[in-house]
Design a protein around this ligand. Structure first.
Ligand code: AMP
Length: 544
């Protein structure tokens, strides 16, 4: 027997309409590319989004068309998110840090019709224009006064807005209509597209809202440092208006000092981003002698949060929520907030728990499997590849049957490529990306574990552990360190410190220093680049 309830399609535009009606005065604050601080409420934003919908339709765009953006976190980018999916088109966010070849591949694969870009990125487009899809049009996200001189035929965002009507009748869309598209990066081979739908996006926003209640609530002020050009900024442009939280967009300046100032001036209560960004902010907090005054919670994800970083934030009175997810998961899979009685544990025990990646959020199922695909127990000890299932997880990649078939197992679960253990009380512990694990004499070494321990030594500002080929052991770990002080750095005390906790076979064979770790387009340490850079490195026991 079927239930007898209405079936209303889940729709992204309904989130903004709800924010207009219920949280109309909550605001979107943006540090802009042009250099000022811009403010508008959700009520004003909705009106502008209606105009923008008219602009897009006026450009001949509609159902299923892919519309690309190359922009920082700011209000115009937010408006595009809603207006594009509102007319039934697909918002394809381009990561400006990708290589020219990747950008060319992606824009052709997606068949983008129009590109909306921030002023910063005009030179990138000028350099690539001949290789971008034929007929592509370009709209610069600025006003007439700031339009650049360019050989390109550029349209001006605010001119188009001024000329448009503000009344629009949004089409009623099937909830499975595609809404946005984001390509994965940092892997070998061509990038693969995750194509989100209205349904998956609205459900993900609801899942995030109930999982991050300290941060996503009416009256909160959220700083998404995580970019709008990467996995919809972890869903914040949807989760914040749905819960009534205001958003503070940082624009192009992501250094510690700029982030500190913005957080202080705008009373940011919760900031979201990858560990690399927080290294910069913590340095600024140390220099200033205090944290921004309203900074209650930091959400750290995208890479493992080191124990020393978690401890520093907790020491400041800022709650750390360590989260894990993937582009293919919209992206949130787990979150690490501790509720009672765990929140009452002594600090060291809490840090042990917070170093793990937290527990699954509602709507995400987790399993770990061995090499034969057999499910392993959640006993905290068994490690295997992590598979996931849920309504906001891809069922395949955009127009890529081969990669899709490889990603999904016979029972419909998506293989993450992460290696993990799950404890009986549900805490996920990511050991490594499968390709970053180090196999030495038949034993696996977790690069994340060794990095965490090395980061706790005061002379190590940042580090990464990579595998170096070895004729006897297959692979041995090399510790690559960015020293806190390059002139006085001595590897011996760091190795002594590691020896306290690591088994002999887990100890790095050598330590090398480097000025800065190479980063991927999404701000994570690029171990692929490091492995290439040290491909010919000869370990001490092999030197003649
Ligand atoms: P992306 O799709 O670019 O967001 O990358 C997803 C990958 O980042 C995951 O499969 C993990 O390998 C890694 N990742 C994300 N969050 C964490 C975390 N909290 N700890 C460790 N690795 C993480």
């Amino acid at each position: 027997m079927q239930g007898k309830m209405m079936h209303r399609p889940l729709s992204i535009m309904d989130i903004l309409k709800f924010a207009r009606d219920t949280h109309g005065d909550a605001e979107i604050v943006s540090a802009t590319v042009e250099g000022d601080i811009h403010r508008q409420t959700y009520r004003e934003t909705y009106t502008r989004v209606c105009r923008l919908g008219q602009v897009l339709q006026g450009l001949g765009l509609g159902l299923g068309d892919r519309i690309a953006t190359m922009a920082w976190n700011g209000y115009r980018h937010f408006e595009l998110y809603y207006a594009i999916s509102g007319i039934g088109a697909v918002c394809h966010t381009l990561n400006p840090r990708l290589s020219p070849d990747q950008l060319i591949y992606i824009t052709h694969h997606a068949d983008d019709k129009v590109l909306f870009l921030d002023l910063t990125f005009v030179p990138i487009v000028e350099a690539l224009v001949d290789k971008l899809p034929k007929g592509m049009r370009f709209v610069v996200m600025t006003d007439a006064a700031h339009m650049p001189d360019s050989a390109l035929d550029l349209l001006c965002y605010e001119d188009l807005m001024d000329a448009a009507d503000k009344e629009i009748v949004w089409p009623e869309l099937d909830e499975n209509t595609a809404s946005s598209l984001c390509y994965t990066s940092g892997t070998t081979g061509n990038p693969k597209g995750a194509l989100y739908s209205h349904r998956s996006t609205v459900l993900h926003a609801m899942m995030g809202g109930i999982s991050f209640q300290n941060s996503l609530r009416c009256g909160a002020r959220i700083l998404p440092v995580v970019p709008l050009f990467h996995v919809n900024a972890w869903g914040l442009p949807y989760g914040a208006p749905m819960t009534g939280a205001s958003i503070v967009f940082p624009g192009p300046k992501l250094d510690g000092a700029s982030i500190w100032e913005l957080m202080e001036n705008e009373a940011v209560s919760s900031a979201w981003g990858v560990p690399t960004v927080w290294l910069g902010l913590l340095a600024e907090i140390q220099a200033k002698g205090r944290r921004p005054h309203n900074f209650n919670e930091v959400i750290i994800g995208g890479s493992a949060a080191p124990r020393s970083m978690i401890a520093q934030f907790e020491d400041l009175g800022t709650n750390v929520c360590h989260a894990w997810g993937m582009t293919e998961m919209s992206p949130i899979g787990t979150q690490g907030n501790l509720d009672a009685p765990l929140s009452n544990l002594p600090l060291e025990d809490r840090l042990d728990l917070k170093m793990r990646q937290g527990r699954r959020i509602f709507g995400v199922d987790l399993k770990i499997v061995d090499d034969q695909g057999t499910a392993l127990p959640h006993d905290g000890k068994s490690t295997g590849e992590l598979f996931v299932r849920g309504n906001a997880i891809i069922s395949g990649y955009f127009e890529n049957p081969e990669a899709s078939a490889a990603a999904i197992d016979g029972e419909g679960w998506f293989g993450t490529g992460d290696v993990a253990a799950i404890s009986p009380d549900g805490f996920l512990q990511i050991t490594d990306r499968a390709k970053d694990l180090i196999k030495s004499g038949g034993e696996w070494i977790s690069s994340i574990d060794v990095e965490n321990m090395a980061m706790a030594h005061p002379s190590v500002a940042n580090c990464a552990v990579i595998a170096i080929a070895h004729p006897k052991w297959d692979e041995r770990p090399l510790l690559v360190v960015v020293p806190a002080d390059a002139d006085s750095f001595d590897p011996a005390p760091v190795l002594d410190h590691l020896r306290r906790d690591l088994a002999k076979y887990q100890m790095p064979d050598d330590v090398v220093t480097i000025d800065a770790l190479p980063l991927t387009a999404t701000g994570k340490v690029s171990k692929m680049t490091l492995r290439e850079r040290f491909a010919d490195y000869v370990l001490p026991d092999l030197r003649t």
